[in-house]
Design a protein around this ligand. Structure first.
Ligand code: 13P
Length: 233
């Protein structure tokens, strides 16, 4: 299993130091990927976990003030990078084209993208889930040479930070649909996954891992989540 921790815009320099002390004590057989803020990327020092970024520039290095290139991330030993998170699609108005360019820059630098896709509540109510996911997926992977290397994170927008998760049947339907487009990719679930619902989520064999937001900031609850996931007492 893969457990990716999306810290979002949390943990300042001092808090991140303490956080790493706590993560050092986490017991897990799953692959753990920590995605801290850009600034904390430079302070990452955990030997048993992998490093991910939360974003990357759509362009190569150059005159793009405030952007961080994939080439630059690579020199900080970033191995994974979240792309197309719904918070960025909504707040930064990231376009399909921009997301595609980010994936291309990551591929050029051998960083594995964690591509986030997901529908809003309205889109689900209007029965548009597959249409939305298909568009998000197909536009993102255009011109990529090694499509099977991307990790997909299905994050229903209505589930992020709300405590509400889809039913088992809804998750299976979406995962099976993603597999009709990308049959060989790892697919994570994200959106209010926690130590209370992991018992149900772990029964879904299609899930290859989780992308955790809120829970990533609570090492004790995270350990409980991992213990249940990995059947550890
Ligand atoms: P929560 O786990 O806080 O719902 O966030 C999920 C998420 O957006 C991870 O990228």
């Amino acid at each position: 299993m893969i457990i990716a921790l999306n810290n979002k815009s949390n943990l300042n320099k001092i808090e991140f130091e303490e956080y790493q002390n706590q993560l050092e004590n986490i017991e897990a057989t799953s692959q753990m990927i920590v995605c801290p803020t850009y600034l904390n990327v430079n302070a990452f020092r955990l030997k048993k976990m992998n490093l991910g970024a939360q974003n990357v520039s759509a362009t190569t290095k150059g005159a793009y003030t405030g952007e961080i290139s994939a080439e630059d991330l690579k020199t900080y030993h970033v191995e994974y990078c979240i792309v197309g998170h719904s918070e960025r699609r909504q707040n930064q108005h990231e376009s399909f084209e921009e997301i595609n360019h980010k994936l291309l820059r990551l591929e050029e630098n051998e960083i594995i993208p964690i591509l986030c896709i997901g529908e809003t509540k309205e889109e689900r109510e209007q029965n548009k889930v597959k249409e939305i996911l298909k568009e998000e997926l197909e536009s993102a992977i255009q011109d990529l040479k090694e499509k099977e290397k991307i990790i997909i994170a299905y994050e229903p927008i209505w589930s992020i930070g709300t405590g509400i998760i889809p039913t088992k049947e809804e998750i299976i339907e979406v995962f099976e649909f993603i597999k009709t487009i990308l049959p060989n990719n790892k697919i994570l679930y994200g959106g209010s996954a926690n130590e209370k619902n992991i018992e149900m989520l772990k029964t879904i064999s299609q899930i290859d891992g989780f992308l955790l937001g809120g829970l990533s900031l609570k090492p004790n609850e995270l350990q409980t989540f991992i213990n249940i996931l990995e059947n550890r007492n």
